[in-house]
Ligand binder design. Sequence first.
Ligand code: FE
Ligand code: FE
Length: 190
Amino acid sequence: MEINSLRELYIDQLRDLYDAENQLIKALPKMAKGATSDELREGIEEHLEQTKNQAQRLEQIFERFGEKPKGEKCKGMEGVIKEGSETLEKDMDDATKDAAIAAAQRVEHYEIAGYGTARTYATLLGESEAAELLEETLDEEKKTDQKLTQLAEQINVEAVEGSDGEEGREEEAPPSRARSASGSRKKRAA
Ligand code: FE
Ligand code: FE
């Protein structure tokens, strides 16, 4: 497809974002299922609901154009999701798996870049309502990114601590070594 105006480029970007959100609506439940930290799982589930809203906001923008939001494949998001799921297929302990899921933060960075660009195009094109909707989503992505940073700070430490001991260490550990953070984790599979 030839793109010969900023408006077309803008619409093209919005279609790309719409496809990215829809890919995430399918991928996030799998990530949530894989998480063993309650906080991480709940965070992902919460973001899934936001993601559904984000897709609806894009539909709202397209309604005003009288066009359809479908028709563009976001290959970037496809690649990011694929890499993440390939990592999770590898054999790893629960804490490391959570660390890998928290690394899905790159999804948020990718979205932040996309929404930042689209919002700027909307503003330049005088589409103030669309710019506001895109800004709302952009804020949600940024907040999710920050939340994942906070979670990763705790999860990555657990992954490091978990990797220097043999399996079954948790059962053998005296009560004084039990950490509160691991209390929020589902029981380790034997
Ligand atoms: Fe999103
Ligand atoms: Fe997101």
